[in-house]
Design a protein around this ligand. Structure first.
Ligand SMILES: [Zn+2]
Ligand SMILES: [Zn+2]
Length: 459
């Protein structure tokens, strides 16, 4: 029972089979190894681990760009708050190389306690300060990821993954793309349009990934920040497979406004255009923190949104491959014990970890086949057209069913392009991004299929 229909070419298996058959036999047959060499079941690196849910955040800022705490302090926050993985994703910079920051700047961003807290947690001998050789200002060294990761990582329990927020711009529109598990810095390439710039940045990541041999994952950040990215843009650049349905920053308009679509609607419009018009796979949705403020008065706190990835091992490639197969969900506070899609029965089932006195409402959302893709331009308060996601038929992203309780399920009727689930609990968020926010979870689209090579038509 797979999570959703992934069409893998059968040919691959034959090719691999032929290759294996051509190899010389191993010097010692595996079953001839002495029993002492067998890996005990409770070993930290088991040979055959089962599947686990791993909790992580892929969008985080530190003093390396515009965050207000030291990277190892941030890693320590996530490590001690139930997370298994974290990517520090600063703007157009990796946590790499020599960087000395004025203590005055650290205090300006993080307050007078930022440096004493750092010293207290990791010890005075770990924290390095010096007078700036060119002036007299007291500076503190920001440690590169490869240096501090050994202090906080725990095998099978907590892992840091290299990250960067490629912070591109088209005219005055911000285009931000998070890259996870990259090797070298990627500078934004820009373009005449959002689509051109997005495609160029994606190509740069793909090229590096091929060269480095690392699996990387790109996700489009906060589409509504600066009202920069429309659903039609997200549909058209079919190489983009991931975007943020929920970003914990208070300035990114997850919910849209009176004249513009929120991220839920953007997701459904983009998925519909991809499946109905472009024969391209749908987008998968992430929740992230986009945290900047770990102390002081700033509002961009950690812990608001995360992903849960189902994989056998806590390694970057295991997680990224699971995400590319759609085996993850996003959360702002609702935990799922299980989410599964039975391809034969065409049934999507969730198992919600319920809390006492909390109720859960699950909406199964999608678009029926054959829906009209005609759309109207939206207009602003002044009556002039807006460059934003257009208004589509009510059937695009409609609610197929609404179910209460902790074991909701939906059986597809057969005329759905795709179905996804949004769970909303009755419990308010303890540190909300917007007024009245309730805890939620989002699962990935299932029940979809693509029949042929995607076309290049632009919606
Ligand atoms: Zn951003
Ligand atoms: Zn960011």
């Amino acid at each position: 029972m797979k999570y959703f229909a992934v069409r893998r070419p059968v040919l691959c298996m034959f090719v691999i089979g032929a290759f294996v058959a051509a190899l010389p036999p191993p010097a010692i047959a595996a079953d001839a190894l002495p029993a002492d060499d067998a890996v005990p079941a409770d070993d930290a690196v088991p040979a055959d681990p089962g599947y686990s849910w791993w909790k992580g955040n892929l969008h985080t800022h530190s003093l390396w760009s515009d965050g207000n705490d030291f990277p190892e302090m941030i890693a320590e926050w996530y490590r001690t708050h139930g997370y298994h993985f974290l990517a520090l994703s600063d703007h157009n910079i990796l946590s790499d190389g020599q960087k000395w920051l004025a203590v005055a700047e650290v205090e300006r961003r993080g307050g007078p306690d930022a440096l004493p807290k750092y010293r207290k947690r990791f010890g005075g001998d770990w924290v390095e300060t010096r007078r700036d050789p060119k002036g007299d200002a007291l500076t503190v060294r920001l440690k590169p990821l490869d240096e501090f990761r050994h202090l906080v990582e725990q095998r099978g329990q907590f892992m840091l993954i290299p990250g960067e927020e490629i912070s591109d711009q088209v005219g005055n529109l911000p285009l931000h793309l998070n890259v996870t598990n990259l090797r070298d810095l990627i500078l934004p390439l820009g373009g005449r349009t959002i689509r051109e710039a997005m495609a160029a940045d994606l190509r740069a990541v793909e090229e590096q990934s091929k060269k480095s041999g690392r699996d990387t994952l790109v996700h489009l950040n906060h589409p509504n920040f600066g009202w920069a990215v429309t659903a039609e843009d997200l549909a058209a650049v079919i190489e983009e497979r991931f975007f943020e349905v929920y970003n914990g920053h208070t300035g990114v308009s997850n919910g849209g406004d009176k004249h513009r679509a929120g991220t839920e609607e953007i997701w459904d419009v983009a998925n519909t255009l991809r499946l109905a018009r472009l024969n391209a796979p749908p987008l998968f949705g992430l929740a992230t923190d986009d945290s900047h403020d770990y102390h002081g008065r700033g509002q961009q706190h950690p812990g608001r949104g995360w992903i849960m990835v189902r994989a056998r091992r806590l390694t970057p490639e295991s997680l990224i491959r699971a995400m590319k197969a759609g085996d993850f969900y996003s959360s702002s506070g609702v935990t799922l014990r299980d989410v599964r899609y039975d391809e034969t029965a065409r049934k999507l089932t969730l198992d919600i970890e319920g809390e006492p006195d909390v109720t859960y409402t699950t909406r199964f959302v999608g678009t029926p086949r054959g829906v009209s893709l005609e759309a109207e331009e939206r207009v602003g308060a002044d009556g002039r057209p807006l460059v934003t996601t257009k208004k589509y038929a009510a059937d695009v992203g409609r609610t197929f069913a609404e179910v209460t309780g902790t074991s909701p399920s939906y059986e597809l009727k057969g005329d759905e392009l795709y179905v996804r689930a949004i769970v909303t609990s009755s419990k308010p968020h303890a540190d909300p991004t917007f007024k009245g926010q309730l805890l939620q979870a989002w699962t990935q689209p299932v029940g979809w299929s693509i029949q042929k090579k995607p076309s290049q038509e632009t919606p």
